[in-house]
Design a protein around this ligand. Structure first.
Ligand code: NAD
Length: 519
């Protein structure tokens, strides 16, 4: 049922929610309950480590706001223990360093199989912390983690250097020269909360494929699935110390980890602000670093776009995972010729989405992860209405959960901060354009450079836009969805280096040259 009301002096089209979103109790499976109790601590050197003097991190289920458990934060001794264990595991005489590539391939495949066998448990663990619908966590995040492990399992035996003819450079003497690709060493992997398992595996799989050891710090808001991953890795035969996990806040545990002298490489995914802080620390010691940071991805809907595909594609490109996606297409530009029809259709599609608990199988859009995130997103929406924009959003029933309805915003002033800042919530702005060159200019002069989406049926338009847009990934006629074989990363302040694809291995490798005299 559609209603039109005025709220805060703001024009809003409201659609009554099909079902109430209030969720008073949560059904948690026995195996997950048991894991939450078991996983109180860090997973270091193949065993659980409890930190009794540490800070306690509550586990809050986002659709109800209910506290379902707690984790103890790593103390400084645990951070040191985790790094030292990974340093030992990387030692040239260690079991791990002498395992050989085919065994690393088998371990990566075995971990993929173990995740598949525990897919329901992983999906539930992620949904309980993140709030995303179970169907999405299972079919998207868990499956992507499995695919990524299998993809990198194909690499270990194919990583090699070159033999180089150097005789001609050395006069009459005979020499033999070659290069080796060697693992960079102990990796500190810092992971955000918005796709915890998948992004953890984006880092773990290539690091393991080349023979590094890893100390991972998940987000304090989404640690459970990664702790389970470490436990499973140990069970299927990862030697102790090869994959350690420590949990805790960024300013404490994350900071101690990136500052630890035993670390050889930092791989970080998260916000630009923290990425830049880590960049400064790493550059002091010339620590190898890769950064996957935030985005503000433009979506260009050309006049020849197929709206049957573009409408749901653009909507889900902005609202999937409640908009908490680095490559979310949150800033939509639609050509003047089709703007009226497109805006009507996208409003109807978006306002018809089913919002509810991630544990409910009918849910298409879950809550956002936390009260803090909900308030941050609502403050952007408030700014929009204060500036006189039009908001179109579904009216939700009252709930203790952290719900923000999918929100479509039109008529925003050009200087609105919503157009340039990453909102990281289910909020889409729509602007009308006549000349795509204006959008190319705006995109290429933005500090963000992670991704862009193009919707068009014209091969020529697609090729021109894909070439001219200076961003890490251009998605054409599809919402953002990086498969494991395609490198992902950002231009400009959206990052340094690439995750995924064959390029995803490069940041975990050093090249060693050997020059040997024969006669
Ligand atoms: P965040 O930067 O707040 O935190 C990311 C991680 O860094 C967390 O584990 C956090 O605990 C840790 N951290 C925070 N302060 C730290 C410090 N001083 N030292 C060391 N570690 C610290 O980001 P978030 O809110 O968890 O994630 C959302 C952000 O991640 C968004 O900006 C999103 O665009 C970005 N992201 C980027 C990609 C990509 O591939 N480019 C993918 C997913 C998310």
């Amino acid at each position: 049922m559609k209603q039109v009301t005025v709220l805060h002096g703001l024009f809003i089209e409201e659609y009554q929610c099909k079902r109430p979103v209030m969720n008073q109790s949560i059904n948690i499976s026995e195996s997950v309950k048991e894991f939450i109790i078991r996983s109180k601590g860090q997973f270091i050197d193949g065993e659980w480590v409890k930190c009794l003097n540490g800070f306690e991190l509550p586990i809050i289920e986002p659709s109800s706001g209910i506290n379902i458990g707690k984790l103890s934060e790593a103390d400084i001794e645990s951070v040191n223990k985790a790094v030292e264990s990974s340093v030992q595991a990387f030692n040239p005489d260690s079991e791990w360093s002498n395992l050989g590539p085919s065994k690393r391939e088998r371990l990566l495949n075995a971990l993929a199989t173990a995740i598949e066998e525990n897919a329901d448990q992983f999906a539930e663990l992620i949904t309980l912390e993140l709030g995303a619908p179970l169907s999405a966590t299972k079919h998207f995040e868990v499956n992507k983690a499995v695919e990524t492990l299998r993809y990198y399992a194909g690499f270990p035996s194919k990583i090699h250097g070159d033999v180089i003819d150097i005789n001609q450079d050395m006069g009459d003497q005979h020499f033999f020269g070659y290069t080796c690709k060697e693992p960079v060493g102990v990796v500190a992997a810092i992971v955000p909360w918005n796709a915890p398992l998948m992004i953890a595996v984006w880092k773990l799989a290539p690091a393991i494929a080349v023979g590094c050891t890893v100390v991972m710090k998940p987000s304090e808001e989404a640690s459970l699935a990664i702790l389970r991953l470490a436990e499973l890795a140990h069970e299927i035969g990862f030697p102790p110390g090869v994959f350690n996990v420590i949990v805790g806040r960024g300013e404490t545990v994350g900071n101690s980890l990136v500052s630890h002298p035993g670390i050889n490489k930092i791989t970080f995914t998260g916000s630009m602000k923290i990425g830049k802080e880590i960049h400064k620390k790493a550059s002091d010691k010339l620590i190898r670093l890769s950064l996957e940071l935030g985005g503000k991805s433009p979506v260009i809907v050309m006049p020849d776009a197929d709206l049957e595909e573009a409408v749901p594609g653009v909507a889900m490109g902005a609202f999937a995972n409640s908009g908490q996606v680095c490559v979310a297409g949150s800033r939509v530009f639609v050509h003047k010729k089709i703007a009226d029809e497109f805006i009507e259709r996208i409003k109807e599609f978006s306002l018809g989405l089913t919002v509810g608990s991630g544990l409910d199988e009918e849910t298409q859009i879950g809550p956002v992860i936390s009260k803090k995130q909900q308030q941050k997103i609502e403050s952007y929406i408030d700014d929009a209405w204060k500036s006189g924009a039009k908001l179109h959003q579904k009216n939700l029933s009252k709930s203790n959960g952290f719900f923000v309805p999918p929100t479509v915003i039109t008529n925003l002033p050009r200087d609105s901060k919503l157009l340039n800042e990453e909102i990281f919530g289910p909020v889409m702005t729509i602007e009308v354009f006549e000349d795509e060159n204006d959008i190319i200019l705006q995109t290429n002069s933005s500090s963000h450079g992670l991704a862009a989406m193009v919707w068009s049926e014209s091969h020529r338009n697609i090729q021109i836009l894909a070439k001219k847009l200076r961003v890490g990934t251009v998605f054409v006629n599809t919402p953002a969805f990086p498969p494991p074989s395609i490198p992902t990363g950002g231009f400009r302040e959206s990052g340094i280096g690439r995750d995924l694809g064959a390029s995803g291995l490069e940041g975990f490798l050093e090249t060693k040259s050997v020059i040997s005299k024969i006669s």
